[in-house]
Design a protein around this ligand. Structure first.
Ligand code: 3PG
Length: 187
């Protein structure tokens, strides 16, 4: 079984803001916005050219935060996370070439799944906590209820289409450990 203490992070932070940083000037504003909501955790996506710099800056300036990296899609991304000593990593999926790097990194990791076969594959690789992505397009809370009947020991952090209006529908499910999304910084 691969070691992965992502459970501790998600339990302590049931709302995970997924943030895409367009310029470094946004970092302080985002920190203030999240802190004012009592949030002490952030997932910064690798979707802009500023992402790595923003991650390094966030870690340096705000040690009270758990700084995670999202949109990890290659072993190279994982190596950069190790260098920056990020607190957790999130991927929309999981490939066998990424597995060894994740194991080697020693950093808590949340792999992404959408379908039953992907969940079975993830379990086979040693995980039991997954990002469910994109949650709304793959059946939302209804799908997670069905997965709860099939995969008894598996928990999820749904993201993708989660909003102020529906996040509690997800959080009340027994197999949902946390929810993530951009709505926490976009409003
Ligand atoms: C993610 O990266 O997890 C999602 O893109 C966040 O989706 P949202 O913008 O719909 O919250």
């Amino acid at each position: 079984m691969l070691q992965n203490n992502i459970e501790t992070i998600l339990k302590a932070n049931p709302l995970i803001p997924v943030v895409t940083i367009e310029n470094l000037g946004q970092v302080e504003e985002i920190y203030e916005k999240l802190s004012s909501q009592g949030i002490k955790c952030i997932e910064i996506t690798l979707r802009t050219e500023f992402a790595w710099e923003a991650i390094a800056l966030f870690k340096e300036k705000y040690p009270d935060f758990q700084v995670g990296v999202g949109t990890i899609i290659s072993p190279e991304d994982i190596l950069k996370c190790v260098k920056l000593k990020v607190d957790f990593m999130v991927s929309p999926g999981l490939t066998s070439s990424m597995i060894q790097q994740f194991d080697f990194s020693g950093i808590p990791f949340l792999p992404g799944v959408s379908t039953p076969s992907e969940i079975i594959r993830g379990i086979d690789m040693g995980w039991r906590i997954f990002k469910f992505f994109p949650a709304d397009l793959f059946g939302g809370a209804k799908a997670l209820k069905v997965y709860g009947n099939i995969f008894k020991d598996v928990s999820f952090c749904p993201t993708g289409g989660i909003s102020q209006e529906n996040y509690q529908d997800y959080l009340k499910l027994d197999n949902v450990i946390a929810v993530g999304g951009s709505w926490l910084t976009s409003q």
